[in-house]
Design a protein around this ligand. Sequence first.
Ligand code: ZN
Ligand code: ZN
Ligand code: FE
Length: 756
Amino acid sequence: MSVASIYKRYRVKVSGIVQGVGFRPFVYQLARELGLRGFVFNDGDGVVVEIEGEELSIQRFKEKLRTSPPPLSRIDSVNEQEVAVLGDTGFVIQESKQSSAETMVSPDIAVCDACREEMNDISNRRYHYPFINCTDCGPRYSIIESLPYDRPNTSMAAFSMCEACAKEYNDPNDRRYHAQPISCHDCGPRVSLLDLDGSVSAQDIEAVNRLCSLILHGKTVAIKGLGGFHLVCDATNEEAVAQLRRDKRRPTKPLAVMFDTIENAKRVSCLSDAEELLLCSKEHPIVVVQKNDENLLAPSVAPGIDRVGLFLAYTPLHILLLEKLGRPIVATSANLSDEPIITDEKTLLTKLGTVVHAVLSYDRKIVNACDDSVVQVASTEKIMLRMARGYAPKSLPLPKKMSNKILALGANQKNSIALGFGDHMIISPHIGDLVSLDAVEYFERTLETFKRFYGFEPEVVVCDKHPGYETTLWAKKLAKERLSVRLIELQHHYAHALACMAEYGLNEPVLAFCFDGTGYGDDGTLWGGEVLIADTQKYERVNYLRSFKLIGGEKAVKEPRRIALSLLFECYSLDEIILMDNPTVKSFEHSEIKILHTMYQRNLNAPASSSVGRLFDAVASLTGIAQVLGYEGESGLLIETEVHSEITDTYDYKIVDGIIDWKPMLSAILNEASQKDVAAKFINTLCTIIVDIAHKYPELPVVLSGGVFQNRYLVEQLLKQFKKERIRYYIQTDTPINDGGIALGQLYYALHKEQK
Ligand code: ZN
Ligand code: ZN
Ligand code: FE
């Protein structure tokens, strides 16, 4: 028998996230291990492999390709085809056939175990090197100027590789083969400690040492991370944390705490397996977890709540610092409230020079800003609260190619944008609340970045229906300036439902519970307690929360007591209310109540709303849990903290003509003595309402989306019920369930509309 007859040759095309993630060297090493011949190269759609050899080895190769690809890759499809045997003599990596504009930009990834081991190995040439990285870890998005992802197109272009690094970079057997940010003590970026006038006071390990001593002395400092600066102080020093809060003008919103190891993180928290896995995952997000009773952290870290946001050091620089410090640090985005994260020394010193005592920086530019991601676990599901470093930019594959380029601009709070082209949906990292000039500029900058990456000019632009959103104004301006651009305005809560459908690729009708803060409704009122029967073309509003007035508009959103008072006005006379003995009424002067009553009666700046988020506010006020909020979502968190899971009772509720009435619940709450009873029963009631409505539409799967589902206890109760009663459901886990997901929902709608 001739060799050719037992040898076979296959052409295998792999698509997905397979470029810039070490896929070719993985294929190269695998082929060599199995004695296969042929070649591998990148093309416009992914990676192309030709392998030739014994059939059994080829089978093993294909199996390994699927089961153990490089950690940062994601295989969306594998196509194979048998071709004629050519008699190659070895296996080679060939030059890329074309640089593809569709190569996905990978997110920044936390330092991997192998690199961490090397940096702690005194005999390694990168011992204590603060920028160690490899193909499996390190910066990506934050250093990329343009595609393709090659070193000259990144902010590493300023550093030329030394001989030793170049050797590793060019060796397909090395784990730093084509690791674009490869560097070492001899050739890479350097750390500096800056004084407040911007002068360098120390460098390298000495800079880290001096910074440590400032932190140990209770000072606030700034540290340059991957996607921006953090404000940092000793997380165990109450005075230091309280000072940082005053300086940042952030009275109560929880601060994230960074640890060097998972073991140390466990000393302050009770972690489930799922939470531990998330903390240690390659993304290293901030995970919001339960505090334990040890009280090792300063009380001001997360006042009034039983949760705390933890994360593990995700760059070698952070590891060096924390190992030296021997204690956790508060690490919060360096910005003034409502402004985007700061990425350069100059801005930092201008804006926060009075707050920090020194700045630990380095000479590699942050090209694209990126905040830390925030997630939590409900039951075993990951809930994405902020999608940024590690997760974004995120690409979701589409089953077929689109002909049009679609740009979705998202909402005004927690803004992100989404792009649709080819067979990709791409979501940007969290941009933030578009409530300051700087924030809007950051939005525009991010938009330009993504357009540049992908050579993208939108043919269709999608925005929210809210006439006052910055994004709506922006979209309308674009459509006016460029007549070829089609404008789609989409209802906010429908977009929430679609975001969930997009994550799961759903095309069937669903029963969507869009429980949220406030969003602009089709009738001009502020929705947020909507039950929609929705598909990708249309929706019907089948149920909604009985509406009430937000007295003072925006002011009511910050003052739960105004909402609670508004509910009371709906049910009782002014005289009755003034005689009431409850925390809401007691928080006002009688004269104030009278003024607010006039506003209520005459509809003076008192828009109607059906928002469940605002109902949470009302409950927080009526129980005395919160009258005025320090940050958005605080009332939900405070209520959750009060919940006792042993309390399983619920309040009565009615649905009349599709309207979910809270009146029976209100009168019951007024007669309740304990905060804890109210907190649990209120959430249990919401859960019952959802399950009851779901039972009315047994043929429809349930979709949960909107800011209210950031409430962990509510989601846990719901999922338990759904499982018990065999209700089919979908809840976002890989994309933001709050307004950060709106752009994705908008995009999903437009791409179906355009495909028709
Ligand atoms: Zn690594
Ligand atoms: Zn080097
Ligand atoms: Fe929303």
